[in-house]
Design a binder for this molecule. Structure first.
Ligand code: EPU
Length: 422
């Protein structure tokens, strides 16, 4: 198993360009199957989850190749709507193919998806949305068979603004007959990116970014060329890492408007942030201040995907901070690991009470999921001594070689890959 070894205690400094957004690229790659031909996507990050999506597309008969950050998906020969269980088990986002495959083939067979173990992660909203469009759904044990001779536009009210359900329903509705309106839709920037991509293919969608999305069904779609947005969670992770190490850095190729709530919280913690077009300068010369209360909620509120990272900063802040996690019930697994590094955190139901300590100390810790792993890397960078982060494959799902990004900013971090006899 690979490990990251970090010699902590060095302030980050320098400039870094942020790679494309995993959570925008995944549904956009899935959408490529809807229009036969060659799609060209730029700024596609080189990540484990993206590689799994490309493998699934290949299993469905597509060809996919990558040159640097550009991926071509050739979908003319797509000939299957069956996603093998083994691939479904590797990544929850495989569920995004339900809408596109229904739209193209009128049927799709999937299995209950896998993914990071951060909570129950049901898919009932996806299934109810597809049913409302006219799909028949049969669940046989772990297998879900979904068929539709015709999909028909309708009004769908989501009980909760689920990101994935909003995206799946949008994609299924693109070629449905008539108009579909999604109320209480998720408003994440990745949904706007999907709308923009689908519209370049010839779809007719408005409203993404608000809680009401309207999709007018079209008869045909054409392949497209598209540039994926920068990854706001990677940007947020690096911002927090700079602050936690009391560093000074510049983030380039970011969209600051996607990070409004995060920048607001960082400023409340006393972190200095200057924003200029697609650049963010961050510095943290003094000890951060506690933040009384942060509640993770759907966009534009504070993102659950940055909850674990900000907790590291608050572990080092002056005073008591409280974080309430409202999106996933299993997203405090980093707390035990941070405690082993000297953090003083108590969890009560879905709230964490963080009493800042003057310093953290290096330890051997385990990444239990993607964002928990990123948090432990930040803790290692800020800590005194050596930290070893195990189970790095979780981190590779969402960060393109995190150790390269951070060493360019002056961190001492390297990947230890055991030789077979070890
Ligand atoms: N939910 C249901 N039923 C559903 C769908 C969701 O009850 O049918 C619940 C979930 O169990 C969860 C909440 O709704 O408690 C939010 O889930 P949502 O569907 O919004 O999340 P997702 O689509 O599964 C995406 C991101 C996650 C991110 C969440 C929330 C992708 C590929 N994944 O997941 O990203 O945390 O939105 O913003 O877009 C990550 O990148 O580390 C990550 C986990």
């Amino acid at each position: 198993m690979e490990k990251l070894v970090i010699e902590g205690g060095r302030p980050l400094s320098g400039a870094i360009k942020i790679h494309g957004a995993k959570n925008a690229a995944l549904p956009i790659l899935a959408a490529c199957i809807m229009a036969s031909g060659t799609h060209t996507l730029h700024n596609v990050p080189n990540l484990l989850d993206i590689e799994v999506m490309l493998q699934i597309l290949r299993a469905l008969g597509c060809k996919a190749d990558r040159q640097g950050e550009t991926v071509n998906v050739h979908s003319s020969k797509a000939n299957s709507s069956y996603i093998p269980e083994e691939l479904m088990g590797q990544m929850r986002s495989s569920i995004f193919l339900m809408g596109p495959l229904l739209a193209r083939f009128g049927s799709v067979t999937v299995y209950q998806p896998g993914g990071c173990a951060i909570g129950e992660r049901k898919i009932d909203l996806h299934l109810r949305g597809l049913e409302a469009l006219g799909a028949k759904i049969e669940e046989k044990g772990n297998m879900i068979v979904c068929t539709a001779d015709v999909l028909t536009g309708t009004e769908i009210v989501l009980d909760f603004p689920s990101v994935g359900a909003t995206e799946n329903i949008m994609m299924a509705a693109v070629k449905a007959e008539g108009v579909t309106t999604i109320f209480n839709a998720a408003r994440e920037p990745e949904i706007q990116d999907l709308q923009n991509f689908l519209n370049t293919m010839g779809a007719d969608i408005i409203g993404a970014g608000t809680d009401t999305i309207t999709i007018r069904g079209v008869k045909t779609l054409a392949p497209s060329e598209y540039n994926i947005i920068p990854d706001r969670i990677v940007a947020g992770t690096i911002l927090v890492a700079a602050a936690a190490t009391r560093g000074t850095i510049t983030l380039e190729r970011v969209n600051p408007s996607h990070l409004t709530s995060v920048i607001h919280v960082l400023r409340r913690a006393g972190v200095q942030i200057l924003v200029n077009d697609d650049i963010i300068h961050v510095s943290c010369p003094t000890r951060p201040k506690a933040v009384e209360r942060i509640v993770t909620s759907p966009h534009p509120s504070f993102p659950t995907d940055l909850q674990s990272q900000i907790m590291v900063l608050l572990s080092l802040a002056d005073g008591l901070s409280i974080i309430k996690e409202t999106i996933f019930e299993g997203r405090f697994k980093h707390v035990d690991e941070l405690s082993r590094m000297g953090a003083d955190i108590r969890v009560d139901l879905n709230s964490a009470f963080i009493r800042g300590v003057p310093r953290l100390y290096g330890a051997t810790v385990e990444a239990t999921d993607l964002r928990a792993g990123a948090a432990l890397v930040i803790a290692g960078l800020a800590a005194h001594g050596t930290t070893i982060v195990e189970q790095v494959h979780h981190i590779d799902r969402g960060y393109d070689r995190i150790e390269h990004m951070l060493s360019r900013l002056g961190a001492v971090i390297y990947r230890h890959t055991p030789v077979p006899s070890e």
